[in-house]
Design a binder for this molecule. Structure first.
Ligand code: NAD
Ligand code: DAU
Length: 333
């Protein structure tokens, strides 16, 4: 039976990828609830069938609106968030509001109307791993968030867990590693560097560039979320990753090479305060229990396709570029 799914944050990077993925891979229809904040973009939803995708511009903190929408849906997938660490260091307040209060509102609506919810979270709730061991995050790793962003995501996860236990809300959680792909805001590491080079600037690496992130293509994140919605067990958490560990210097060097630039075409800039050293995901549970596998296993190839997308879609990213770089230069980055 085709479902009606409420997708919060569906005009953002990963949410819009999920909307495209679900339209191609299910019979479901989707209501996107998105406030179209600075990181939301209606153009990321272009070309979708209007009879299956409705965009409602509104806020997850608007209790009345959230109740109205949740009541008419079979499930909710909650992507909406303030998502950028550097912004959370400059001003944590919107993170508390959207990430904590917004999740609370959705949980209360799902409790009221007994609607299934999947909460999309991040590996950053577990804090950092050291650079010199092979350990990875698992579902059992204790929470230890570092930044205002990751602490609000951790808070939202804890609300979900409590609402499952106390009120029987039918919820699952996924904690995913760093995503890349088309339609990502130019504030984030990979699109910032690609668009810097396309825009006549130099690439910018924080600190010494040795920090490690575990890269996954956004489409693999989408397929994992759909798999968990369909087959995940209520109350469970699933880690999502794709064995994509690279340090930032390695990523910069691949980007410079793929874009035909000199290998030293970047600057080291002021480090991020409290910069987590390393993230790495063990996704055995998702693989073994739900038979999920990533499709994008060649990072270089995925990155080459992402670079091509930014080359071909200047009108999508250029309107945000100047403002984003002004913010970074005010921070010495
Ligand atoms: P994004 O910033 O690109 O998108 C967030 C979307 O939420 C935007 O469309 C924005 O307009 C919307 N939004 C923000 N505040 C809202 C509000 N109050 N009400 C309604 N809509 C609101 O973020 P993203 O990178 O696509 O991340 C999506 C989710 O995935 C987040 O929950 C994030 O924590 C999680 N996540 C991201 C990554 C990553 O690498 N980007 C990795 C793991 C988990
Ligand atoms: O791990 C999942 C998380 O990944 C998500 O929860 C977040 O929403 C998402 O933004 C991302 O967080 P990071 O802080 O890891 O991503 P960001 O793209 O900001 O930075 C990636 C790495 O690159 C990090 O080590 C900081 C560094 N960096 C970032 C920027 C913007 C640079 O060296 N230069 C830059 O210009």
């Amino acid at each position: 039976m085709p479902r009606k799914i409420l997708v919060t944050g569906g005009a953002g990077f990963i949410g819009s990828n999920f909307v495209h993925f679900a339209i191609s891979n299910t019979q479901d229809s989707l209501i996107v609830l998105d406030s179209l904040s600075y990181s939301g973009n209606e153009n990321s939803l272009k070309g979708l069938p209007p009879e299956r995708v409705e965009l409602v511009v509104g806020n997850v903190c608007d209790k009345g609106l959230v109740e109205l929408l949740v009541e008419k849906c079979d499930a909710v997938i909650h992507f909406a968030a303030e998502s950028h660490n550097d912004n959370s260091l400059a001003d944590p307040s919107p993170f508390i509001y959207t990430n904590v209060l917004g999740t609370y509102n959705l949980l209360e609506a799902c409790r009221k109307f007994d609607v299934r919810i999947h909460h999309v979270s991040t590996d950053e709730v577990y804090g950092e791993l050291s650079l010199d061991d092979q350990s990875k995050f698992t579902e059992e790793t204790p929470y230890n968030p570092s930044s205002p962003y990751s602490s609000t995501k951790a808070s939202s996860d804890l609300l979900v867990k409590a609402w499952v236990r106390s009120f029987g809300v039918r919820a699952t959680i996924s904690n995913c590693s760093n995503n890349y792909g088309p339609y990502q805001h130019v504030e984030k590491f990979i699109p910032r560097q690609i668009t810097n080079l396309l825009d006549g600037r130099r690439a910018k690496v924080y600190g010494n560039g040795r920090n490690v992130r575990d890269w996954i293509h956004a489409e693999d994140h989408s397929s994992a979320v759909l798999r968990i919605l369909d087959y995940g067990s209520v109350g469970e958490t699933y880690l999502v990753g794709a064995d994509g560990e690279k340090n930032n210097l390695e990523v910069i060097q691949i980007i410079l090479e793929l874009m035909g630039r000199e290998i030293d075409g970047f600057d080291f800039v002021t480090d991020r305060v409290g910069h987590d050293l390393r993230y790495a995901i063990d996704y055995s549970k998702l693989r073994n229990e739900l038979d999920w596998r990533p499709r994008y296993v060649d990072f270089r190839q995925g990155l080459a396709e992402t670079i091509d997308w930014y080359k071909d879609n200047e009108e999508w990213w250029m309107p945000s570029k100047k403002h984003t770089e002004l913010f970074y230069s005010s921070q010495g980055k």
